[in-house]
Design a protein around this ligand. Structure first.
Ligand code: GLU
Length: 483
């Protein structure tokens, strides 16, 4: 069975990179009728951030990447939080000690720093020279039993090569002299990433490890660990890292990397998943808009390219707009808008009204938060008058006064009635339509950027429109007086 996982560390906000790797892991598992699991790698207590795990799980749910096993859903191979598995790692470190494939090392931090410096002078970049290998076993055990602080290190081969087979990149050869004797168990009894990841991937029966290429350097060490335990290694797939436009690695400095940011900005999760799916993957027919289901259907590692994919928020914004206009139904869009309006303190008179506004605004917003920003005047009479709109209002105040009489005579504000009425009015006065529209627009919305006038009038309705014109006339009169 194909079993994949993501193994995020709870060290901060949920990262787009986690979602990106998560999508490919998820798709590969589903494609094979396998399982996708989430494991929380929280053994680095210095980097641990309270609440980060919840944030990651919430983000995965928001994106619709449902997992079969995980810290909050359980599963047969739990617990799924490494901090709850410490006993296991100790046991497996002991196993390697017993097999003579690991050893205890007692250097103090100062001694280690000196060793590192010495190695660096010789142009050797790998941290530790393996000197504690020479401590006789009995002596090491006695010192450990006496409570001397120490770590357990992996005894790596000192000659030859280790060949990692990456499913996407083929064989990659590593010189064993460059594979350090990494620490497996720290002096506080916590495992390092290498030990924990291998023990867990094995015990959780992970068959396919999909992760970012920044982990490729760790793979030979992990492969050696699999060998030391006598376990089959998983298949490895190292995906290219996301880049920012311009080519730098995507980071806080080059773009937004928090999934919370994208959720709060009102990007549609389907659009974000779709966009991240195009990071290196393309559909056989080249179409850009596709669902997770469709990706699963068409997925093949041969369709994944390794050139650094560029994550461009502008492109995502476009895609989110596409989902709003073309993929989701209008009713669905209205439902998605509600929590955004609520949290902005905007209330709407009825769902029907909200949907009318959404219908006319649909071509004009790409995120749910943008809708809220752009539609205040639909939901409240208390909207600001933008400076440009105010200018137009002043210029056209006389026109507006006359236009109001015409509009007041219309029985209904359907486009069938308002359009000919406004056009006739402009013609009779020998005015360009724009001259008529601008002051009207300014009066009833406070802005000049609005949906088409006849749609606008229909949604706002006769009563509200006339009241707003009335108010604008009165206020502009006042402003003129005091000017
Ligand atoms: N805990 C690692 C991370 O934060 C997991 C790396 C791996 O997938 O092996 O991404």
């Amino acid at each position: 069975m194909v079993k994949t996982r993501i193994a995020p560390s709870p060290t901060g906000y949920p990262h787009v990179g986690t979602a990106y790797i998560g999508i490919f892991s998820y798709v590969w598992a589903r494609k094979n009728g396998g399982k996708f699991i989430v494991r929380i790698e929280d053994t680095d207590r210095n980097r641990y951030v309270e609440g980060a795990e919840e944030g990651i799980l919430r983000a995965l749910k928001w994106l619709g990447l449902d997992y079969d096993e995980g810290p909050d859903v359980g599963g047969l191979n739990g617990p799924y939080r490494q901090s709850e598995r410490l006993e296991l790692y100790r046991r497996y470190a002991q196993e390697l000690l017993d097999k003579g494939l690991a050893y205890r090392a007692f250097e103090t931090p100062e001694e280690l720093a000196a060793i590192r410096e010495e190695l660096q002078k010789k142009g050797l970049g790998y941290g530790y020279d393996g000197r504690a290998r020479n401590i006789p076993r009995e002596e090491a055990e006695a010192r450990a039993a006496a409570g001397e602080p120490h770590v357990i290190r992996l005894k790596t081969p000192q000659t030859g090569t280790t060949v990692v087979h990456d499913e996407l990149r083929g064989n990659i050869e590593f010189d064993n002299r460059e594979i350090p004797d990494v620490v497996l168990l720290k002096s506080d009894g916590f495992p390092t990433y290498h030990l924990a990841v291998v023990v867990d991937d094995h015990l959780m029966e992970v068959s396919d490890v999909v992760r970012g290429e920044d982990w490729l350097v760790s793979t030979p060490t992990q492969k050696l660990l699999y060998e030391a335990f006598g376990w089959d290694e998983p298949k490895w797939y190292h995906l290219p890292l996301l880049r920012a436009p311009g080519g730098a690695k995507l980071s806080k400095r080059t773009g937004h990397t928090s999934l919370d940011y994208y959720r709060e900005a009102g990007y549609l999760p389907e659009a974000l998943v779709n966009y991240l799916s195009t990071m290196g993957f393309s559909m056989p027919d080249g179409r850009e808009i596709f669902s997770l289901e469709e990706m699963i259907e068409a997925f093949d590692w041969g369709r994944v390219s390794l050139g650094g994919p560029v994550f461009d928020e502008e492109k995502l914004r476009w895609m989110s707009g596409k989902y709003i206009r073309e993929v989701l139904s209008l009713e669905e869009v209205c439902e998605r808008l509600k929590p955004f309006l609520e949290s902005a303190g905007v209330s709407w008179e009825s769902d029907e009204y909200l949907c009318k506004v959404a219908r006319v605004m649909r071509p004009r917003f790409e995120t749910l938060a943008e809708f809220v920003e752009k539609t205040r005047y639909f939901f409240s009479d208390d909207y600001p008058l933008e400076p440009k709109a105010e200018k137009e209002l002043r210029k056209g105040i006389e026109i507006l006064r006359d236009l109001k009489e015409v509009l007041a005579r219309l029985p209904e504000f359907t486009p069938e009635q308002t359009e000919p009425a406004i056009k006739d009015f402009a013609e009779n006065k020998e005015l360009k339509l724009r001259k008529v529209m601008q002051p009207l627009r300014a009066a009833i919305t406070g802005s000049l950027a609005t949906p088409g006038m006849y749609d606008l009038l229909e949604v706002l309705g006769k009563e509200r429109t006339l009241a707003r014109i009335e108010r604008a006339l009165a206020q502009t009169g006042k402003r003129e007086d005091s000017a």
